[in-house]
Design a protein around this ligand. Structure first.
Ligand SMILES: Cc1cc2nc3c(=O)[nH]c(=O)nc-3n(C[C@H](O)[C@H](O)[C@H](O)COP(=O)(O)OP(=O)(O)OC[C@H]3O[C@@H](n4cnc5c(N)ncnc54)[C@H](O)[C@@H]3O)c2cc1C
Length: 740
């Protein structure tokens, strides 16, 4: 261990970097021995073969080289490939695997996210079959994806997922498919044969994949709509892997622009089909399948960027402490012992990186766990609908009723009770969890990767010139660039914001969000110093702003909260992400404290980490509150004309009873409004036809909340000072844990 400077008093609080036991508690897999083992084997692969490959410069080529291909058997042997599969198909983890796969991605991306992507893209390729395939498709392809057992000679399936097409077709807009399928043979009583034409752009794993799940549209009046289809190397026709993508990122995965022109039986349509009046009706459209797939896999991508941020802590501290060793500096002097850590700014910036990494990991793992909970309920929901013979709109109606039941249950539920566990009806439970999952997934993909990429730049900057070299310890420069791909693939930030702008207004989500505010307020009264108070107030402000924007109009009288107004909905979605991440970090610290009390052996070290994390969370909550305050203020005020100008332009009128309260927010407004004669007395009719009447009462409430938010920041900078100080004292290993 690299010891802290001897000049310091004995250490309380954080002594070493948080270890596995702390992580298992915070991310709730302390009782999952199988997952602990999986983490260890993924880590061995990452910090061994993967790290050696990166250190040897394998990232300098975008070709799929034999050295890179050598990672595939490494993943197989480590159990990483089979982690995706159910035990009956050669896997070893029963039940849902979202958390398991998230942990694998986290471990691999700790060293190199390209390696993580290489493994995960195989799962993504199989996911359409896993989520929506027929039982036969699932059994066939999943069991062939399992690594062959000793002595088995079969060819293993390696899959790719082909949605994106050459410009001008599918990208963010997933509906604009140029990939087509038509029927070329349909003999009486036999399976129809399809001709599939699909060109892909940026398709991961295409250097070696032998099975591709591709999105196509009908090019035949005898096929209805779009669907996904399974293509195999060896099918009659062309299976051209295409040219490699000249990537600047994730070079340990293979990405190419393939071309397929293949004849396949209609039984390859994912999810199957029925025939009505001589027309093939695929059971699932391509968009229904990708929705089911991405809502899970995007969480894992979000966690890759979290791993990068947290992996930066040790290398940066090591660099800072050693920066001035050698020369005339002698051991024991502050310059020798603390190096750059004598400077407050480098410590505080690292605190920000660390706090972001923690909050994003907390959010990502919470989302992964939520999907583990949701998966069986989703199956149950499908079973019930099938049993009741409901389809399409009828399913929607049934779920709307379940949502209503959930909302009324929430009204009567005690403050300390959790709705998802109280509700016994599986449809109600599904509605409750689904409304949150629909927010957490895009939030985690958006915030972890987007804001995470910005914070990776901060981490890189702390390494000085080293940061932008291949020699940078912890490969931080490459990780910075890689983070941008994580923000882009599986739907860039715009896609996540679009989704959030719809799902975050679901009344069931908002009802739960209101309860979370109360929980945080309660927490802040029993445990001050977590930042929960600022966070709760920021959540109130966000909610107020959402409600306001949903009914307010801009200076021209146009609706503000509307799908075409991304300038309103997108920033509000961003603001929500800050809140969700910080909240989850606060909750995870609470879990660590609770478990510390149940675990006397480790109580001291757990509580030490928890007290440091409490300061980090205070920092993060304050930062989140600041972001939310800024965004909300811009949205609430930014679409109005300046009240003084407004008053002068006679575009709006002001009620005299409310004008006084506005004076405290905008000094001089009374005189300006009265001078222009745009003031109405109580009961008087609106004197101007054009322009909205300004509701001053509303704005006063907003101003009060904003001002309360500011005072809630009390102590946040003291927490940052303490956290920064802890970084000068924490013991870190003498050498990085990779490459070996
Ligand atoms: C290395 C790599 C690997 C990949 N692997 C795969 C894979 O395995 N399979 C696969 O199918 N795809 C894959 N992709 C493709 C990836 O998912 C797409 O690049 C991504 O979804 C964005 O599509 P696009 O590049 O066409 O961007 P565009 O659609 O051109 O969008 C560009 C930008 O325009 C803006 N924008 C676009 N539409 C909107 C809108 N409606 N509202 C607001 N803003 C908008 C956004 O800022 C967006 O980022 C990969 C890409 C890369 C780089």
């Amino acid at each position: 261990m690299m010891n802290p400077a001897p000049t310091h008093p004995p250490i309380g609080g954080l002594q070493t970097l948080p270890g596995d036991e702390v992580r298992q508690i915070m991310w709730r897999f302390a009782d999952r021995y199988d997952l602990a083992m999986l983490v260890q084997s993924a880590r061995t692969a990452a910090r061994g073969p993967v790290a050696r490959l990166v250190a040897a410069g394998a990232r300098n080529s975008h070709e799929w080289t034999p050295e890179k291909a050598g990672l595939l058997p490494v993943f197989d042997e480590a159990g990483i490939t089979a982690a995706f599969l159910d035990p009956e198909f050669g896997g070893f983890i029963p039940g849902p695997k979202n958390l398991a796969l998230a942990l694998v991605a986290f471990e691999l991306a700790w060293v190199d996210a390209g390696a993580a992507t290489c493994s995960l893209a195989g799962n993504l390729g199989l996911a359409p079959i896993h989520e929506r395939g027929t039982p036969e498709q699932r059994a066939h392809y999943m069991s062939l994806a399992a690594p062959p057992a000793a002595g088995e000679t079969r060819r293993q399936i390696r899959a790719a997922f082909a949605l994106t097409e050459p410009i001008p077709f599918v990208g963010v807009e997933t509906g604009m498919l140029s990939g087509k399928a038509k029927i070329v043979e349909w003999q009486e009583g036999k399976e129809p044969v399809l001709q599939v034409e699909k060109r892909g752009r940026f398709i991961t794993n295409m250097g070696f994949a032998n099975v591709v799940t591709a999105a196509v549209d009908s090019d035949d009046p005898r096929i209805k709509g779009s669907f996904m289809v399974i293509l195999e190397e060896g099918d009659p026709g062309t299976f051209d892997r295409g040219t490699p993508t000249k990537k600047l990122v994730h070079q340990l995965s293979s990405t190419r622009d393939p071309v397929f022109s293949l004849r396949v039986p209609a039984s390859r349509i994912i999810g199957g089909y029925t025939v009505k009046d001589g027309v093939i009706l695929p059971r699932y459209s391509h968009s229904a399948i990708i929705e089911a797939v991405f809502r899970r896999t995007r969480v894992t991508v979000g966690l890759m960027t979290s791993a990068k941020l947290l992996s930066a802590i040790a290398p940066v501290i090591m660099y800072q402490r050693r920066r001035f060793r050698g020369g005339d500096g002698a051991p024991g002097t502050p310059r020798y012992e603390f190096g750059l850590q004598q400077k407050e700014d480098v410590l505080q910036r690292l605190v920000d990186v660390w706090a972001t990494g923690e909050a994003s990991a907390s959010l990502g793992f919470a989302a992964a766990r939520l999907f583990d909970e949701l998966d069986p309920l989703e199956k149950e929901q499908e079973r019930i609908m099938k049993e009741k013979g409901l389809l399409g709109r009828a399913v929607f109606k049934e779920m709307a009723a379940a949502q209503e039941t959930a909302l009324s249950l929430l009204e009567t539920l005690g403050a300390d009770r959790d709705l998802s566990s109280t509700a016994t009806d599986p449809l109600v439970r599904f509605a409750v969890l689904d409304s949150v999952a629909n927010v957490l997934c895009p939030a985690c993909k958006l915030w972890n990767t987007g804001h995470g990429a910005n914070m990776m730049r901060e981490a890189v900057s702390l390494m000085g010139g080293y940061g932008v070299t291949e020699d940078c310890p912890g490969f931080l420069g490459q990780k910075w660039m890689d983070a941008q791909l994580e923000a882009t693939y599986e739907g860039p930030e715009a896609v996540q914001r679009l989704q959030l702008s719809l799902t975050m207004t679901n009344e069931l989500f908002l009802a739960q969000f209101r309860r979370w505010i109360l929980d945080l307020k309660r927490l802040s009264s029993v445990k001050p110093g977590t930042g929960a108070c600022a966070l709760g107030t920021a959540m109130q402000l966000w909610l107020w702003t959402l409600n306001h924007l949903r009914t307010a109009t801009d200076a021209e009288g146009a609706k503000l909260y509307h799908k075409s107004r991304q300038g309103v909905t997108f920033p509000l979605a961003d603001a929500l992400c800050w809140l969700l991440a910080a909240r989850q970090f606060v909750l995870d610290i609470g879990e660590l404290e609770t478990k510390a009390q149940e675990n006397p052996e480790n109580a001291e070290s757990f509580l030490g980490v928890a007290s440091f994390f409490t300061d980090l969370s205070h920092v993060q909550c304050a930062r989140a509150a600041g972001e939310v305050g800024r965004i909300c203020a811009e949205l609430v005020h930014g679409f109005r004309r300046h009240p003084q100008w407004d008053a002068q332009s006679e575009a709006s009128c002001y009620c005299s009873s409310e004008l006084e309260s506005l004076e405290s927010i905008i000094p001089g407004i009374q005189d300006a409004a009265r001078g222009r004669g745009v003031v109405t007395e109580p009961g008087q009719a609106h004197p101007f036809k054009a322009g909205p009447c300004v509701s001053i009462g509303n704005l006063a409430t907003f101003a009060q909340l904003r001002s309360k938010l500011d005072t809630c920041l009390t102590g946040a900078r003291l927490a940052k000072d303490r956290a920064a100080e802890a970084l000068t004292r924490v013991m870190i290993p003498e050498a990085l844990d990779y490459p070996v």
